[in-house]
Each structure stands twice: as C-alpha cells, then as structure tokens.
Design a protein. Sequence first.
Length: 134
Amino acid sequence: MLDGKSMTWSPEEFASLPHKTVSVFNAHSKTNETYSGVPVIELLAKLGVARGEDVKGKLFLLGVVAEGTDEYGVLYAFAETDPSIHTGEVLVADSVDGHKLEKDGAFKMVSTEEKRPARWVRNLASITVIESKP
C-alpha cells in the first residue's frame, strides 16, 4: 500500500505543520495536560494513505505501530487514527502545556481516548503502517 514510502521531519520542519491542541488527563502524573501536535492521520495522508470516507474494506486490517528510541512500541488500529471513524485523537505531539517536550524527547505519541497512557510513546522515533492478514 505505501510501497516503502517514508518521510522524516526535523523538529523545526514538524513545528511548521498545522497543529491541533488536545487536553488529556495523565493517569501516571495525575495531572491534566495540554498537548499540541499533528494528528497521525494527517502525517499518514502525506504518504498517500486514505482517510475519511475512503477508509473501507481491507484498510480496516491496517495497524499503526509507534516505536520510541527505547524500543517501546505500541499498536493502534488504523481506524483509531481517523476522526471520521473514531472519537479519539491520536497525535504526534511536540509540546505540552505550551512548552516544547523535554524529558519525553522531541516527539511523543498521545491518544485522547486512553484511560491510562500505556499506549503513549515518549521519544517517538518511528511510525510504521502494517497490514494484518485475515
């Protein structure tokens, strides 16, 4: 589907992309946090991945794997990244509470629909789209 396509953004290039802001409760730190970043679906769309009404059929077998520099990885169903299908927002954040991320690296994967941030990925290094076979 992506035929080996990939993109890389420096923190400066990423900062120039259209951002969205989300507020979440971080169950680990027991605080409300406000993240700013780019929705994963918008990053994937830059590679030609379908979104919105074009997501149907075998596209529901896709997964999105996010991995940090510490090799911590998580899986999201592709449909979870598309707001036309899922109520939550999956975002690659580059700031929290109005400040650049520091201890969490340049980028962090955040999801607004998680009861606890177990699938948030600090020090985000890569996002890979994978296909499941039925």
